[in-house]
Ligand binder design. Structure first.
Ligand SMILES: *Cc1c(COP(=O)(O)O)cnc(C)c1O
Length: 396
């Protein structure tokens, strides 16, 4: 049987343990929801204060003098380092929803003769809705890959684009970027990846995997804060030929010429719509500094250790309580989350929160726990399972 002392010993040997003090974490709360909203890095508050001071002191001059105008590209370069892209191929802007709309429309237009857009049944709602909308507007149909089957078995020469989840947000199952992208390319289709639930915890290399386009959010494991701007990636192979459907003035080759007719920027700025959220972007910029010098492979190893131990402790200590692990048990097939199914999940969830463990609930019966390796410890895992067990046991 695993003991709390075993978990403390793992923390003492943890090469990432010292990062915990770089975050604000409330006392009396074990935060296992960093997969939905990352904790606040200590540096975030000053970064926001700086932006507010720039606004006060520089007024309109802030765009040039404080470099606000360059933030989508410079913050994009920091995200690029985390997802394995060239620094000038990631732009931070807008939301995942708008970026997916732009990237999917642009990609679909590159395959005019193909009638379908492919998406998986378990995809995140925004991805499903945007795919349906783009398909309708561009006169294509939507091909849904049923849960449990492989994209590779459903992609063929009638598919223009595959909208791909790096992780199933309900179960935490992780999908192979390289293999899936290769299968999509073998059919002559293009691959768009949504990295919202994996950037910052799963090592990835968009260039090596030859991904066509990618989008993702920055407020989950990247700790950018609520509503922090999202990002979009386009492969150098496509960049100069793509046109996106929301050509705003700041995506123009020379915005301040204020010309009649739109002419896209030669680089990633062509994915920009209009004026961006500078105060929020300053918070994100500073928060991404937490990742500088951090070996993402160590993050992945710790994530696997945290989720392995969580599953082991649920097995050892919660037997007979009706909790079923629905995440893959093979750590290579699992992201940084563990989902448990329970018949009374909706009733026990708020009591687990009251007991000091913040996970989340996904309808109808899933309790979801995310493990952000930069600030969650093995002792947290022990204490969380202890609380979950007490609550579920008391539920009878
Ligand atoms: C969190 C998440 C989003 C969020 O989209 P927003 O437009 O930023 O709200 C989109 N897709 C996936 C897969 C997500 O996990």
């Amino acid at each position: 049987m695993t003991t709390r002392a075993d978990m403390v010993a793992l923390d003492e040997a943890d090469p990432l343990a010292h990062h915990r003090t770089r975050f604000h974490l409330p006392d009396q709360l074990i935060y296992l929801d960093g997969n939905s909203l990352g904790a606040q890095p200590v540096v975030a508050k000053d970064a926001v204060a700086t932006a507010v001071d720039e606004w006060r002191d520089l007024l309109i001059g802030g765009w040039m003098e404080a470099g606000w105008i360059d933030l989508p590209a410079s913050v994009g370069a920091k995200v690029a380092a985390i997802i394995g892209a060239a620094p000038d191929h990631v732009l931070v802007c807008d939301t995942v929803t708008t970026n997916l709309y732009k990237a999917l429309s642009a990609a679909t237009a590159l395959r005019p003769e193909r009638g379908s857009i492919l998406i998986e049944e378990g995809a995140f709602p925004t991805d499903r809705y945007i795919t349906a909308s783009v398909a309708e507007r561009m006169d294509r149909d939507v091909r849904v890959v049923p849960r449990g089957s492989l994209v590779a078995d459903h992609v063929d020469d009638s598919v223009a684009v595959a909208v791909l989840q790096h992780l199933d947000f309900r179960t935490g199952e992780l999908f192979d970027m390289q293999d899936t992208t290769s299968a999509v390319h073998a059919a002559g289709a293009l691959a768009i990846w949504d990295l919202s639930h994996t950037a910052g915890v799963i090592p990835m290399n968009l260039e090596e995997a030859d991904v066509d386009f990618a989008v993702g959010c920055t407020y989950k494991y990247l700790n950018g804060g609520p509503g922090a701007p999202a990002y979009v990636y386009a492969s150098p192979r496509h960049l100069t030929e793509v046109n996106q459907p929301l050509p705003g003035w700041l995506g123009h080759a020379d915005p301040f010429q204020m010309t009649e007719v739109y002419e896209p920027d030669a680089g990633m700025r062509r994915f920009m719509t209009g004026t961006q959220q500078i105060i929020s972007m300053r918070a994100l910029d500073a928060s991404l500094g937490v990742y500088e010098g951090v070996d993402i492979h160590l993050v992945r190893a710790k994530s696997q250790s945290l989720t392995d131990h969580f599953i082991r402790l649920v097995d050892e200590r919660c037997e007979g309580l009706g909790l079923e692990v629905i995440s893959p048990r093979d750590p290579e097939l699992r992201g940084s989350q563990v989902s448990l199914r329970h018949n009374d999940a909706a009733e026990v969830f708020p009591r687990i929160v009251t007991a000091g463990v913040r996970g989340d609930f996904r309808t109808p019966d899933i309790l979801r726990f995310g493990f952000a390796p930069l600030y969650v410890s093995h002792a947290d895992v022990w204490d969380a399972v202890d609380s979950i067990r007490s609550v579920v046991e008391a539920n009878g």
